[in-house]
Design a protein around this ligand. Structure first.
Ligand code: MSP
Length: 516
C-alpha cells in the first residue's frame, strides 16, 4: 500500500489559533482526507513549536514561564483541532521528551559529521519571525522586521554554525531536478534566485537564551528554535529515538509539508540541507499557501480586522463547519492570498445550497415521486445531452486526482460543484417533470433520472474530503454506503439500478444575506 505523509507547520503556542492557523490546518486536513479515502496509508501530523525567544517574550508579558504558557496554549490547539474535526494522527509538542532527546541526537550526528562548528555571530535578528537577517535585508527594511515592522535586535555572541553553504549547491540541484519540490511553481523561482545570491552558514545555537533544547555537548547553548522545530517532522516519526516503532521507515520522506508562504525559506533551504547532512532524503514537496487577509487588508489585532476563534465559531454556528471549509478553499487559486469576508462566506454557503443541495433534492424528490424511491435503470437510446453528462461524470475522478496531485485545492473544491451544476443544467434541459406527464416517455424519464443520479452521486463522493459531514449525509440519502470503500471504488462504479433512495432532507440551512 502506498503511503502519504502530510504535515502542517508546528504553531507557536503564544495565543489561541486564528484564521491563518485554521486555514493551514484545514487545507492539510482536506489533503489527508483525500489520500486516506484514496486508500493510501496516511499519516497527518501537526503540533506546537514551544521554544525560542518569541515564546519567552510572550510568557513575560503574561507573567508566566514559557513552559507554563506552552502548557496552557498547546492543549487549546489540540482541542480546537478536535472541535473542527481535524483528522491529525499525532500532535507533537517540542517540549516533549520524545522530541527533545531526538533533536539532541540529530545535533550529535551533525557534530560527528563535522557539519557543525563553533564561531561567533554578529548581526541582526527578527524576534517575531525567529530569523537571522542579513545586513542588506536589514538595511533595505530600515532595520525593522519585513513582516511585523518591529525593530530588529542586534546579536553579538559565540554560536555554533551549521555548514549551510556546503549544502547549498545540492539544495539548488535538488530544486532544479524536482519541479514538484516547491509548490506553487512561482514560489520556486523566488527561492532559486535568493539561493543564487549566496547563502552564509547558519547560526544554530544561542548562548544568551535559556529557553530551548540544550546543545548536547555544550549545554551553555540552546538550539536555534528553527532547527529544533524543523526536526519535528522526523522526531514525530521516531527518527533518532530510543523506541523506534518503524514509522520513520514507513513514512519518510514526507509527501507534503504544507506551510504558509512566510516560512518557505526555512522549509525549502534549511530543512533539505539538514536532511542531506544527516544522509536523509528531502520531503517530496513543500507546498506554500497564501496569507489570509481580512477586509482586503493584512490582518492585525490593532487593525480591528482580526479573525479569531470567536468569529470562526460564529460562522460555524450560522453556516456549519463544511461551509466554512468550502469558503476557505474556494476564493483564490491555491497559493494566492484569500480574503475573509462575511459576504463571501454567505456566497460560498449559498452556492453549496443552490447547486449541490438543490441537485440532490431534485433527484431524490423525482425518484421518490415518479419511481417509488427506487432508482430506475437507464435504458433506451443515449442522446447527445446524456452523453455529455455521462462523460463529465466519468471524467471527474481523473480530474480530481490530478488536482489533488498538484495540491490545487481551489480546483479540488470547484470540480465537484461544477459537475453538480452541469447536472442541474441537464435536469432543466431534459424536463423530467414534463416527461412524467406522458406515459409514452417512461423509458426516457428512467434514463434522465438515472444519469442525473449518477452525476450528483459522483459530485458528492468527490466532496467527501472538502465537506466530510454534508457529502456523507448526501450519499446516505442516495442509499450509498461509504464505509470501507475507497474513493476509486465509489467513483468508479455507477449507482446500481433499484437502489433505495430516501426522501430528501435539505443538506444546507437557509441563511439570510448578512447585513439584511
Ligand atoms: N513555529 C513556526 C513554524 C515552524 S514549522 C517547523 C511558525 N509558527 S506560527 O504560529 O507563527 O505560524 C505558522 C503558520 O501559520 C504559518 O506558516 C502559516 O501557515 C499560518 N499563518 C499564520 N498567519 C497566517 C495568515 N494570516 N494567513 C494564513 N496563514 C498564516 O511560523
Amino acid at each position: 500500500m502506498s503511503t502519504f505523509y502530510i504535515s502542517t507547520p508546528i504553531y507557536y503556542p503564544t495565543d489561541e489559533p486564528h484564521v491563518g492557523h485554521v486555514y493551514t490546518t484545514l487545507c492539510a486536513d482536506t489533503l489527508a482526507r483525500y489520500h486516506r479515502l484514496a486508500g493510501e496509508d496516511t499519516f497527518f501530523l501537526t503540533g506546537t513549536d514551544e521554544h525560542g525567544v518569541k515564546m519567552v517574550k510572550e510568557a513575560e508579558k503574561k507573567g508566566l514561564s514559557p513552559q507554563q504558557l506552552a502548557d496552557s496554549v498547546a492543549p487549546v490547539y489540540a482541542r480546537v483541532w478536535a472541535e473542527l474535526s481535524i483528522t491529525n494522527d499525532d500532535f507533537i509538542r517540542t517540549t516533549e521528551v520524545r522530541h527533545k532527546g531526538a533533536a539532541q541526537r540529530i545535533v550529535e550526528k551533525l557534530l560527528a559529521s563535522d557539519d557543525i562548528y563553533l564561531g561567533s555571530y554578529e548581526g541582526w535578528y527578527d524576534e517575531g519571525q525567529e530569523e537571522f537577517v542579513t545586513e542588506t535585508d536589514a538595511k533595505a527594511n530600515d532595520y525593522k522586521s519585513a513582516i511585523s515592522k518591529r525593530p530588529l535586535t542586534r546579536y553579538s555572541e559565540p554560536t555554533y554554525f551549521f555548514r549551510l553553504g556546503k549544502y547549498v549547491p545540492r539544495v539548488l540541484e535538488h530544486i532544479a531536478a524536482h519541479a514538484e519540490f516547491i509548490r506553487p511553481e512561482g514560489r520556486r523561482n523566488e527561492v532559486i534566485s535568493k539561493l543564487k545570491q549566496g547563502v552564509a552558514d547558519l547560526s544554530i545555537s544561542r548562548a544568551t537564551l535559556k529557553w530551548g533544547i540544550p546543545m548536547p555537548h555544550d549545554p551553555a547553548h540552546v538550539l536555534y528554535v528553527w532547527i529544533d522545530a524543523l526536526s519535528n517532522y522526523i522526531t514525530a516519526l521516531g527518527y533518532a529515538s530510543e523506541d523506534d516503532d518503524g514509522k520513520f521507515r514507513r513514512y519518510w520522506p514526507a509527501n507534503v509539508h504544507l506551510i504558509g508562504k512566510d516560512i518557505l525559506w526555512f522549509h525549502a533551504v534549511y530543512w533539505p540541507a539538514m536532511l542531506f547532512a544527516l544522509g536523509l532524503e528531502a520531503p517530496k514537496s513543500v507546498v506554500a499557501h497564501g496569507w489570509f487577509k481580512s477586509g482586503g487588508q493584512k490582518m492585525g489585532k490593532s487593525l480591528g480586522n482580526f479573525i479569531d476563534l470567536e468569529k470562526i465559531r460564529a460562522v460555524i454556528g450560522t453556516y456549519g463547519q463544511d461551509s466554512l471549509r468550502y469558503f476557505l478553499l474556494r476564493p483564490v487559486p491555491f497559493g494566492e492570498d484569500p480574503d475573509w469576508s462575511e459576504l463571501e462566506i454567505h456566497k460560498a454557503h449559498t452556492e453549496l445550497k443552490n447547486v449541490v443541495g438543490n441537485c440532490l433534492n431534485r433527484v431524490l424528490t423525482m425518484v421518490n415521486k415518479y419511481r417509488e424511491g427506487r432508482l430506475p435503470a437507464a435504458g433506451g437510446a443515449v442522446e447527445d445531452i446524456d452523453k455529455q453528462l455521462i462523460e463529465r461524470t466519468n471524467r471527474l475522478s481523473g480530474e480530481l486526482a490530478a488536482a489533488y496531485e498538484k495540491c490545487a485545492l481551489q480546483e479540488c473544491a470547484l470540480l465537484p460543484i461544477e459537475l453538480a451544476r452541469a447536472c442541474n443544467g441537464y435536469i432543466d434541459a431534459t424536463k423530467p417533470f414534463s416527461l412524467a406527464k406522458d406515459p409514452a416517455q417512461a423509458g426516457r424519464l428512467d434514463a434522465v433520472l438515472n444519469y442525473s443520479a449518477q452525476g450528483i452521486y459522483r459530485a458528492l463522493a468527490a466532496l467527501l474530503p472538502i465537506l466530510p459531514e454534508k457529502a456523507l449525509a448526501g450519499l446516505v440519502q442516495l442509499g450509498v454506503s461509504v464505509e470501507g470503500r475507497t474513493l476509486a471504488e465509489l467513483m468508479g462504479t455507477d449507482l446500481p439500478a433499484g437502489i433505495a433512495m430516501a426522501a430528501p432532507v435539505p443538506l444546507f440551512a437557509n441563511v439570510e444575506t448578512p447585513g439584511k
